[in-house]
Design a protein around this ligand. Structure first.
Ligand code: DC
Length: 230
């Protein structure tokens, strides 16, 4: 059976960890839509496009030769045939990606591309029509409101900040927390001007994983999926 699972939530809520694990567990493809906004940023910087020039950024995004590899065991992002995955989470990109992500013409292009990937995986793309787990900020609401299961994954800001600091700096001490604060708090505020990912739309199940370890979040999500697709 082809299953489409959509997961939204703010930075540090644990979306990627959960989405990859669910995809592997159910034999589904995996799409990290945040990395599509990140690669658009890389593309603009590499081709000399001024990120404040909204029309130029939108035009560059539409022309971007992008391939998303949707294997949950090794998701990769290819730009003009070159694997740029390792460049996507550098501080240089994280600091400015929101400028690209709040560009409405960019969002329209991304929605079309994401929808095409989801439809292809649903009906017989690379994964043989098994389905997909897609995660981001507007997947449950704008990109795939028709998904079989829609989850909004949230957590307290202190938990989210600590998780991101561990991920980026390997520690959650005061210095690491401070270095991560911009990415989690300022960026979520900017991103929430164009997507609603702090409260669930009708039909979207909220999973608050504050204080939970990844195994507990996974178990809670499995229960939601079982309940929805029964
Ligand atoms: O999840 P992330 O940190 O990799 O996302 C990168 C940026 O893209 C971040 O500013 C949020 C934005 N984003 C978005 O606006 N819509 C999505 N579906 C996914 C990410």
């Amino acid at each position: 059976m082809s299953l489409v699972i959509a997961i939204d939530g703010p930075s540090g809520s644990g979306k990627s960890t959960l989405a990859k694990r669910l995809a592997a567990h159910h034999g589904l493809a995996y799409l990290d839509t945040g990395s599509m906004y990140r690669v658009a940023t890389v593309w603009c910087l590499d081709t000399g496009v001024d990120l404040d020039d909204q029309d130029a950024v939108a035009e560059a995004t539409r022309a971007m030769p992008l391939e998303m590899v949707t294997d949950p065991a090794g998701p990769r992002v290819l730009l003009d045939g070159v694997d740029v995955t390792d460049r996507l989470h550098t501080g240089e990109i994280s600091t400015v990606v929101s400028t690209v992500a709040v560009n409405l013409a960019v969002r329209a292009e991304m929605k079309a591309r994401q929808r095409a990937i989801i439809d292809s995986e649903r009906t017989g793309g690379r994964s043989g029509g098994r389905g997909i787990v897609a995660e981001g900020r507007d997947i449950t609401t704008v990109v795939a409101p028709d998904a079989d299961v829609r989850i909004l994954l949230i957590a307290d800001p202190t938990d989210r900040l600590a998780r991101r600091a561990m991920e980026r700096h390997g520690a959650a001490d005061e210095k690491s927390l401070e270095a991560t604060r911009d990415e989690v708090i300022r960026r979520d505020t900017q991103d929430s001007t164009v997507s609603e990912f702090m409260s669930a739309h009708e039909g979207v199940v909220t999973l608050d994983n504050s204080g939970m370890v990844p195994d507990e979040t996974f178990a809670a999500a499995l229960a939601i999926i079982e309940d929805r697709v029964r």
